[in-house]
Design a protein. Structure first.
Lengths: 691, 532
């Protein structure tokens, strides 16, 4: 068994090698490399398969009781300072390895179908492999610096993948937004890391926690400062896991191809924030102020995400807000000290949300056959409907995912969400109430999504809906308001500028079609854990808790007495509110007994708040984006007028202006300079030779 | 010592001597000359590598490969060369960047003889600056490099080249006067007249005199580095210079400023450094934030990168001011790393300019479609420049941050303010660099550009960029590749500076700094496993 630990470093290195080989091929022999397409995809997928096998072996060894294993090397040094890097395999990292590799493996298979016609197919595989490598490096990091390193690397991969279709302006804007927002989080993480290092002289998670506690207890460090450092570190997860107030990048990140929305922006990278909070748990758990901030951030984000998801018409945007909301649950769980529950939800969510995203990709793929390759049409649920008839596999798997996320037993999401809610209730009933209401909203918007996509009548060729979408888009781009206020010529120009896919309308079919096997197979494969994986963590036999629990926490033995009435009350109330949400959704979107538009008109303030994402993007745009531009321009003014002017003036230009500049600018000066240069050289050499 | 092969003299003078043959080389198709210049560059680079590989001892923090010949004994001028941990990596950097920039200037058709002559002369001058151990010789080499730069900008530059070149020569020449005056003042101070830099460092100057010298030198080197507010020549020079010149300018010449600050201000004037270090730290922060903001407002590709250089050089100042081994090591690494990254980015900007014939970013856009390889290389360069982990810039900046944060020489408040403000630079850097990528490469092509044929990078261009970027990634993956070459030296510099500082701090006059240690650890020493 030792051997797999000695070679565990191969887990991140294998995909890295794959990415490098393809990447170097693309830079050096672009045409040739691109022409090989499936040779490369099979190569990358097999490497991922090997990695996955290794990850399973490691997981099994850990499960059967192998002690944690850490291997480090000295990475950098200066004087007495030593910085070590390496890898550590313990229960948490073994679990993350399995989650990441399985999702990555399935997403890579799916990609073959989804990106089949894309000219940059090979480049996409290179990026996917690079991302997997960084993510796997992140989860086996033994210390905070190494986490930071891979943290930024996954951020870069996310940047590259969001901006994958670089010709699209929204993609270009979104990738920059994602990177910069994440840098704001990293700024906090770096400062927190520096602060913690300054007072504890260590980057090791456990050591920091222990020493920080000692310092605070002995009074050498004020508790407020310790809390400040902890909250600064938490800023990193806030950005990475799309928590309020740094969540704005995630919905925009949906501009990237759907496979990466599933892999990066649902299952793995966004969960890295939750993972870091879990890793830093020894530090956080001793600081109640930090734990409260974490819990409330998660709680509010869960509600915020769900409240926005209700009104989204773009299927991927809806799922993105739902991801944000679910991440909020995880963070809230960790914040109230429910370490196991938070990570359990991370795992179940990774599987069912990856499946939902891949399902939405399959839907989009099918829709593109009808409405063309324009995300504004292909992703809009108002144009879908009745797809169950055309794409049965996608519909069934999507339904499973919807049931899982809504918290209906025995699907995976029920067990993990219920565990979080139960623990939250113990800690803070107010927080539980928000979480519980959010669970109802979740069930509502997910079933709204399912019903409007798969049930009812297919609306893909409805011209009036298309027209509405087109006008909405133009309005969003700042053209004059209202359909009447715009002359047709203006519309045509605007359309042309933003939609170059329209000319391919000719050969569209009238019905969507089921996706190829390479896309449906991952869906079916992911359906299995989405149904069953929750059973490893039921309150009756919590194998998950036995394997994953906070360092130092005492876990009740398997088969211990379960407080059945409590479980039934908590679970029953969760199921109850989920059923209410589902019923409402079916009344509104399946049976059309209640008209959602009428409700929206009755509460325009709330409707607009949700529809406009609580205006957070607009506020950020006005304050930060425009603010920083204005500041930069003002500083430039100062630079060119004041600094440049003053130095020029005060220094020497007064003496030389006019005369010298004119003299220099007639071009003869270079000739003189050359002569002087030669003369000096000559003199020096002469004196060198003779002296 | 003189019976050995005088390696440093050879590598310093070889390009200059070889450049004198340029006027007589027959060059009908204009191809012989560039091969000649490139061979000279490569041979010299190989000599540098060989000489250092064979003779340089990593464990020795003192001067090595020392050579000293009386040159003009009448005035006491010696031809005195040596290398140590700080100059050695910079010499390698100078050799690499200059050789690659000769290759980047492959298509110079206007006055090629003069061009290659000046490039080779500059090659010698740069290595001379880093090797010189005699302050007059140093000054001479410093001046020797100015004239070629001036001419390279004013003859091969853009439309406003004369203004830029004049500004450059005036700023740096005035700066040089300060070096000369300070050098002479220090040389003639006290009884013994000497120009030897090591001996100058041993002299005991009164504090007032030392402060004055320090101020004079910091102005001179502040122009070069550049330090706010002496930086305004740089964007003009970069904006107008052609790609090969920009590569050397950003890659090597700016580092001469940082090198000279460590060599003279810190090593020779440690008492004054104690008083000036907080000023350097503040200037460093100003450089970082101010440079980044102005860079964001620029619309010209090369001017944006020029201000980015100013921002990155701020970290060098912070590291120098930190008084810790880690900070000093970070400062040197930041210089090396920026030398490679900036050279790569300026080269790629030149590659782009060759196709688009404009540097105005608003006129570009959507270039990724027709130039995917340039786009990929540009992205790697920008990522390196925004200190992405896995690349050298990150290691340098992290070391500076850690060094400054753990420094015992400043009050906590001062450290918090400095670290916080310079960390804001971390947010600003991706804003301007990624906006640059977005404006140049993302989106759709403008009408003007789509009429031109935009060829992707040629193998020669990929090769040059790769030569610069591979070391960047290598160092980022394993920093000890480079830090081991100068670690003993930076440790020595930082230790000496701290000793001098604590000697002053114990005197009655305390100016700004008060030692404030980190809170005492109550944990036992066995917990210090990671630190030792």
């Amino acid at each position: 068994m030792e051997a797999i630990y000695q070679y565990a470093w191969l887990v991140p290195v294998l995909p890295l090698i794959g990415a490098m080989i393809v990447g170097i091929g693309l830079i050096s022999f672009n045409k040739f490399t691109n022409s090989l397409r499936q040779v490369w995809s099979i190569f990358i997928v097999s490497i991922m398969g090997m990695t996955m096998t290794l990850a399973f072996a490691i997981f099994w060894s850990q499960y059967t009781g192998h002690p944690p294993y850490t291997q480090i090397i000295e990475w950098a040094s200066a004087g007495d300072f030593r910085l070590n890097m390496g890898y550590t395999i313990d229960h948490l990292s073994a679990l993350m390895l399995v989650v990441v590799t399985t999702v990555a493996f399935l997403v890579m298979i799916y990609t073959d179908g989804y990106m089949a016609h894309d000219p940059s197919y090979v480049r996409f595989y290179a990026y996917l492999s690079l991302f997997s490598s960084s993510m796997l490096g992140l989860v086996i990091s033994p210390n905070l610096v190494q986490v930071y390193i891979f943290w930024e690397l996954v951020g870069m991969c996310s940047y590259l993948l969001i901006g994958f279709w670089y010709g699209r302006k929204p993609a270009a804007d979104a990738c920059q937004k994602a990177f910069v927002t994440n840098r704001v989080g990293d700024f906090g993480l770096l400062l927190g890391m520096l602060g913690l290092f300054w007072c504890t002289r260590s980057f090791d998670f456990a050591v920091i926690g222990e020493r920080l506690e000692n310092l605070v207890e002995s009074g050498a460090l004020s508790g407020a400062v310790a809390a400040l450092f902890a909250i600064l570190v938490f800023l990193g997860p806030v950005a990475k896991s799309a928590q309020f107030p740094l969540h704005v990048w995630l919905p925009d990140a949906m501009e990237g191809p759907t496979p990466i929305s599933a892999l990066i922006h649902a299952a793995t990278m966004v969960a890295a924030g939750v993972f870091l909070v879990a890793r830093m748990f020894p530090v956080f758990e001793n600081i109640p102020a930090a734990m409260n901030v974490i819990a409330w951030t998660g709680c509010f984000t869960a509600f915020l995400g769900a409240s926005i998801a209700i009104t989204q018409n773009d299927i991927k945007k809806g799922l993105a807000y739902s991801t944000m909301s679910q991440l909020g649950y995880m963070v809230m769980g960790l914040g109230v000290g429910a370490y196991t529950a938070g990570l359990f939800h991370l795992m179940t969510h990774a599987y069912f949300k990856a499946m939902l995203f891949l399902g939405s990709g399959s839907v989009i793929h099918g829709m593109e056959g009808v409405v063309g390759h324009d995300p504004a049409y292909a992703q809009d649920m108002r144009l879908m409907g009745g797809l169950r008839k055309y794409m049965p596999i996608t519909a069934i798997t999507f339904l499973i995912g919807t049931l899982a996320i809504s918290g209906i037993p025995p699907f995976a999401g029920f067990w993990s969400k219920d565990e979080i809610l139960g623990k939250t209730f113990e800690a803070n009933p107010a927080m539980w109430l928000v979480g519980w209401l959010t669970a109802g909203i979740t069930a509502f918007y997910m079933f709204r999504m399912y019903f409007s996509t798969f049930e009812g009548k297919f609306r893909g060729e409805d011209v009036s809906v298309k027209e509405t979408i087109r006008i909405e888009r133009l309005q969003a781009q700042g053209f004059s308001m209202g359909p009447g206020a715009m002359n047709s010529q203006e519309l045509a120009v605007a359309d042309e500028a933003h939609d170059d896919h329209d000319h391919s309308h000719g050969h569209h079919s009238h019905e969507p079609h089921e996706s190829p096997l390479s896309m449906t197979f991952p869906l079916m494969a992911l359906a299995v854990p989405s149904i069953l994986i929750g059973l490893v963590g039921t309150p009756f036999a919590n194998y998950f808790e036995e394997f994953i629990h906070a360092p130092g926490e005492v876990v009740p033995p398997l088969g211990a007495e379960v407080d059945l009435p409590e479980f039934l009350t908590m679970g029953g109330s969760s199921i109850g509110i989920a059923l209410i949400g589902i019923t409402l959704a079916s009344l509104m979107y399946l049976r059309h007994k209640v008209n959602p538009a009428a409700i929206a008109e009755k509460i325009p303030v709330l409707y607009n708040l949700s529809k406009n994402k609580w205006y957070i993007d607009d506020i950020y745009n006005a304050v930060f984006v425009n603010g920083s531009r204005r500041l930069a321009r003002q500083v430039l003014e100062v630079d060119s007028k004041v600094v440049d002017g003053l130095v020029n003036l005060a220094g020497f230009v007064t003496v030389f202006t006019g005369e010298t500049l004119k003299y220099f600018e007639n071009g003869r000066a270079q000739f003189y300079a050359l002569i002087v240069f030669a003369a000096v050289l000559g003199l020096v050499i002469f004196s060198g030779v003779t002296g | 010592m003189n019976n050995q092969i005088p390696w440093l003299t050879i590598i310093t003078l070889f390009p200059l001597v070889a450049s004198f043959l340029i006027p007589v080389i027959p060059d009908k198709q204009g191809k012989t000359l560039r091969w000649y210049a490139l061979s000279v560059g490569l041979i010299d680079f190989a000599l540098i590598a060989y000489a250092l590989w064979q003779n340089y001892d990593l464990q020795d923090s003192g001067f090595q490969l020392v050579e000293r010949y009386a040159w003009i004994p009448q005035i006491g001028l010696n031809w005195s060369l040596a290398v140590d941990g700080i100059s050695m990596p910079l010499i390698v950097l100078a050799g690499l960047v200059t050789t690659l920039s000769i290759m980047a200037g492959w298509q110079v058709t206007h006055k090629p003889r003069l061009f290659y002559f000046l490039m080779l002369a500059m090659y010698s001058a740069q290595i001379g600056v880093f090797c010189a151990q005699d302050i007059l010789l140093f000054f001479f080499m410093w001046e020797l490099e100015l004239v070629p730069v001036y001419m390279l900008i004013s003859i091969w530059g853009g439309p406003r080249r004369l203004y830029a070149a004049t500004k450059f020569i005036l700023y740096t020449a005035i700066g040089s006067i300060f070096i000369l005056v300070a050098a002479l003042a220090m040389a003639f101070y006290g009884g013994n007249v000497t120009f030897d830099m090591a001996e100058l460092g041993l002299k005991n100057y009164p504090l007032g005199f030392e402060l004055l010298m320090y101020a004079a030198l910091i102005i001179a080197y502040g122009v070069k580095l550049p330090i706010f507010p002496l930086h305004t020549w740089l964007p003009d020079a970069h904006g107008e210079a052609s790609a090969p010149v920009s590569m050397i300018l950003a890659g090597v010449l700016l580092k001469m400023g940082g090198y000279a600050i460590i060599r003279m201000n810190v090593e020779m004037l440690p008492d004054a450094h104690y008083y000036f270090a907080p000023v350097l730290a503040i200037l460093g922060v100003v450089n970082i934030v101010y440079g980044a903001l102005v860079s964001f407002a620029q619309t010209n590709l090369k001017r944006r990168m020029a201000y980015s250089s100013i921002s990155h050089m701020g970290f060098v100042l912070l590291g120098i001011a930190s008084y810790t081994e880690l900070g000093m090591s970070g400062a040197v690494l930041q210089m090396l790393s920026h030398g490679l990254i900036a050279a790569a980015l300026f080269f790629l900007a030149g590659v782009t300019y060759d196709r688009t014939h404009t540097l105005a970013m608003e006129k570009m856009g959507g270039l990724a479609k027709s130039m995917p390889t340039v786009f990929a290389l540009f992205t790697i360069g920008s990522m390196a420049s925004l200190a992405l982990p896995g690349m050298s810039g990150f290691v340098g900046e992290l070391a500076v941050f850690l060094g400054f944060a753990t420094s015992d020489s400043y009050t906590s408040t001062f450290k918090v303010v400095v670290v916080l403000l310079s960390a804001i630079g971390l947010i600003l850097t991706p804003i301007y660099l990624l906006s640059m990528l977005r404006e140049v490469f993302y989106g759709k092509q403008t009408e003007e550009l789509s009429q031109q044929i935009l060829l992707d990078a040629k193998p020669r261009e990929v090769f040059i960029a790769a030569c610069l970027l591979i070391p960047v990634i290598g160092v980022g993956l394993y920093p000890k590749l480079v830090t081991q070459y100068y670690d003993v030296k930076t440790v020595e510099v930082a230790t000496r500076a701290r000793t001098a500082a604590s000697a002053i701090a114990h005197q009655p006059v305390q100016v700004f700094t008060q030692a404030s240690a980190a809170p005492k650890l109550t944990a036992g020493p066995e917990l210090l496993g990671i630190l030792k």
